[in-house]
Design a binder for this molecule. Structure first.
Ligand code: MEV
Length: 430
């Protein structure tokens, strides 16, 4: 890019193909690179070009299936979209170990999102708060009569209003929370539309000036919960009898206590939860940044960053895992309805409501965390990673077809998981 500019006027007006032509003049890419970008796969360029701006291609991620999940007595095959090896296998394994304990039991809140209206320049915020609360029912009625976000039609709408006075760097502010039932939508568009439509009325009611009108991703009123029991017996079997089941329970409780007490560990612990959560969120075309932001913020909602999943021992000495996290996901609108693969993901799950999907996602998050803690607290995670890692090394060394397995097996046995050794073995096979 030296000596060239990234200010390209009218770039957005060009077709993806024309954009690639321009791009070639500016950066070091070959015709093969361009072909690769254009090789769009299921999400064709026309569709992609309608989804975001300045599109020149699409990218792909592996789409895998987590098996063995029994949730509320029903079996699901769960699509996961992720680049990291072992995540899908770990979730599936955790789900299989949970089956003898009855699988996952879930529940969740109504799909209520918060829309925030920031009011400034109000002389007496406490009085203004009282004024809004007195007129609350009237404002709610007005919002639902006008239904600017077309929610009432689908059984949703503005349910309640909360008002907070906050201290800020620039003095007191009045923050109005619109509690909006979004039904099967994630809700960002609907909530933002409603907040913008209502703000002039709020200004009229209490004076002052509305500034930001936007959804909060801290979706505390829309949480999903999942719970599972991993029996001592299953846990013992999982170590091939190397550890007693009760010891595995204790080791996992120690791992949980570590995360609970230490933010450095807790961040990694929660990253493990999000490996599962994000993969399903992504596969179903949902907004994983919204879920990430909400989850981590919720994890420290009482002032200390804590594990998203909790563990305890029941009266039989079995391990009980429970998770609760905000779950702002949708089934209507956005990429869930436009991305061809996301549509298939939803179809194979067979979910009818966003609530059901959210509970599945929470269960995968719990399974993922359990799998990581079990592995870390027993044999460590590297052994499990090695199979896939060795296969990748064999492929990097040039192995194809059945030779991938032959080479990877040998480098594992020799404990020399390196490309140079894989190449030597490959040559010896010729
Ligand atoms: C790796 O992606 C996730 C883990 O580090 C999670 C954890 O440590 O709990 C294995």
């Amino acid at each position: 890019m030296v000596g060239k500019t990234s200010e390209i006027s009218g770039f957005y007006k060009l077709s993806p193909e024309e954009r690639l032509g321009k791009l070639k003049e500016l950066v070091n890419i070959t015709d093969d690179d361009i072909k690769m970008l254009q090789n769009a796969g299921a999400l064709d360029l026309e569709n992609a070009n309608r989804m975001i701006e300045n599109v020149v291609g699409t990218t792909q991620l592996p789409f895998g299936l987590a098996l063995n999940f029994m949730i509320n007595g029903k079996d699901y095959i769960i699509p996961m979209c992720i680049e990291e090896p072992s995540v899908v296998a770990a979730a599936s394994y955790a789900a299989s170990l949970a089956r003898p304990g009855g699988g996952f039991r879930t529940e969740s809140d109504d799909p209520i999102m918060i829309g925030q209206i920031q009011m400034v320049g109000i002389e007496n915020p406490e009085n203004a708060k009282k004024d809004i609360m007195e007129k609350k029912e009237e404002v709610i009625r007005y919002a639902n009569d006008v239904d600017p976000a077309v929610l009432v039609k689908y059984g949703g709408g503005l349910r309640d209003i909360e008002v907070r006075v906050i201290e800020s760097k620039r003095g007191k502010m009045l923050i109005i929370h619109l509690l909006v039932d979004c039904r099967d939508a994630m809700g960002a568009n609907a909530v933002n539309t409603l907040a913008e439509a209502l703000s002039p009325r709020i200004e009229k009611l209490i004076g002052g000036k509305s500034r930001l009108r936007i959804i909060s991703n801290l979706a505390v009123h829309r949480k999903a919960r999942s719970r599972a029991v991993w029996t001592k017996k299953e846990l013992e079997k999982s170590t091939k009898g190397k550890m007693a089941g009760g010891d595995v329970v204790e080791a996992i409780l120690d791992a949980y206590a570590f995360a609970d007490a230490d933010p450095y560990r807790c961040t990694t612990n929660n990253k493990g939860v999000m490996n599962g959560v994000d993969a399903v969120v992504l596969a179903t075309g949902n907004d994983f940044r919204a879920i990430e932001a909400g989850a981590h913020s919720y994890a420290c909602i009482d002032g200390r960053y804590k594990p998203l999943a909790r563990y305890s021992k029941n009266e039989n000495g079995d391990l009980v895992g429970e998770i609760e996290l905000p779950m702002a996901i949708g089934l209507v609108g956005g990429a869930t309805r436009t991305h061809p693969i996301a549509k298939i993901a939803v179809k194979m799950l067979g979910v009818k409501t966003a609530k059901e999907l959210g509970e599945i996602i929470a269960s995968v998050g719990l399974a993922q965390n359990f799998a990581a803690l079990r592995a870390l607290a027993t044999e460590g995670i590297q052994r499990g990673h090695m199979n896939l890692h060795a296969k990748n090394i064999a492929i990097m060394a040039g192995a194809k077809g059945e030779r991938i397995d032959i080479v990877s097996k040998q480098i594992i046995e020799e404990k020399r998981i390196r490309v140079d050794r894989a190449k030597e073995i490959l040559e010896s096979l010729n």
